[in-house]
Design a protein around this ligand. Structure first.
Ligand code: UDP
Length: 323
């Protein structure tokens, strides 16, 4: 299939492109390289373009006869979204609307959307199913929710079909060691912990030690990026076969605290990793753990990396080789 992958040079995007290529699909990456890296697109086409540029998008749909879209391109930092909501609404919503507009012009009516557990807001119970109320507490989560609502309305009016994948915390790196997590600036816990192990950072800050969790630090559900990538392929296959819209959580269903992540990284790297405890980061929730049983049941998705140790091991290999 000829698949436009917006944001395909980014972290989850590049891992998904690799998986698509392995399955003989034809991904065309559309990425403005603001966060992505051209080296992360291991092979296939890369169009350096922005979703704000409708003309460029049209050229791309025309030239490559796009059949379906996987939409990753977005800004994805919770704290930044609190400081600069205008940019988040513009990039994640307005630019996303440009994409949908051009899709409709070219009669492309299937999209897999990269959503987030940030759509839920404060969890009412420990593991969160897709049916959980949607009350995002930060602009990032709100942009993802708005785009899901837009997709639902476009389905009603224009018969657009979508699968929205709500990721919990993407982590780890491809086994090949060729691609991994490389944000600039880096704000995510696991890469920052590993940078500390490598001596690139003096210490790792723990944001908040007064949460209502067993060790008082935040709990997240870390899911391996290659497992996420595989879920996109399954979603794509379901979407093209069944032509019905759906929403799935993607996570391991296990939560680890910030302290547990640091402890695990110490064991793997055999480095001391100095901690500094600081205040809470704006927009952070105490605990986010997936109930991903629907994806296992209906997408037939089974994560390969079921332990935090294995996930951090793949990340460590990538960070050591790409300091
Ligand atoms: N975190 C931290 N120190 C850091 C970066 C992150 O304590 O330097 C915490 C953060 O507050 C959150 C968890 O680690 O509770 C995961 O944060 P990350 O930015 O990796 O992902 P998010 O859950 O925000 O998408």
């Amino acid at each position: 299939m000829r698949i436009l992958v917006t944001g395909g040079a980014g972290y989850v995007g590049s891992h998904t492109v690799k998986e698509l290529l392995a399955r003989d699909h034809y991904p065309i990456v559309y990425d403005n390289l603001s966060q992505g890296h051209k080296e992360a697109v291991l092979s296939g086409e890369l169009i350096v373009g922005d979703l704000a540029n409708q003309e460029e998008l049209r050229k791309c749909f025309d030239k490559y006869k796009i059949e379906v879209v996987i939409h990753f391109a977005a800004s994805c930092y919770v704290a930044e979204s609190v400081k600069n909501p205008a940019w988040y609404y513009e990039n994640n919503v307005v630019n996303g609307l440009n994409l949908l507009k051009v899709m409709l012009e070219f009669g492309v009516k299937k999209i897999v959307f990269s959503s987030s557990c940030a759509v839920y807001g404060i969890p009412a119970k420990i593991s969160i199913p897709e049916s959980h109320p949607l009350n995002p507490i930060n602009p990032y989560g709100m942009t993802k929710l708005i785009f899901e609502k837009i997709l639902k309305d476009y389905e009603g009016a224009y018969k657009m079909k979508y699968i929205s994948l709500r990721y919990f915390n993407a982590a780890g790196a491809d086994e090949s060691g060729k691609i991994g997590e490389d944000h600039n600036p880096e704000t995510h816990l696991i890469p920052l912990v590993l940078q500390t192990a490598l001596g690139q950072k003096k210490n790792i800050e723990i944001f908040g030690t007064d949460y209502n969790t067993p060790d008082k630090t935040c709990i997240r559900d870390y899911i391996h990026v290659s497992d996420l990538a595989r879920a996109h392929i399954l979603a794509l296959e379901k979407l093209t076969k069944e032509e019905s819209s759906d929403i799935f959580n993607l996570g391991l269903g296990k939560g680890y605290s910030v302290r547990e992540v640091i402890e695990t990284a110490r064991k793997i790297t055999k480095k001391p990793i100095k901690i500094v405890e600081t205040g809470r980061r704006a927009g952070d929730l105490p605990q986010l753990v997936a109930d991903a049983s629907k994806a296992e049941r209906e997408l037939n998705w089974k994560p390969k990396y079921t332990k935090l140790e294995n996930i951090i091991q793949t990340a460590w290999r990538w960070h050591k080789n790409n300091p």
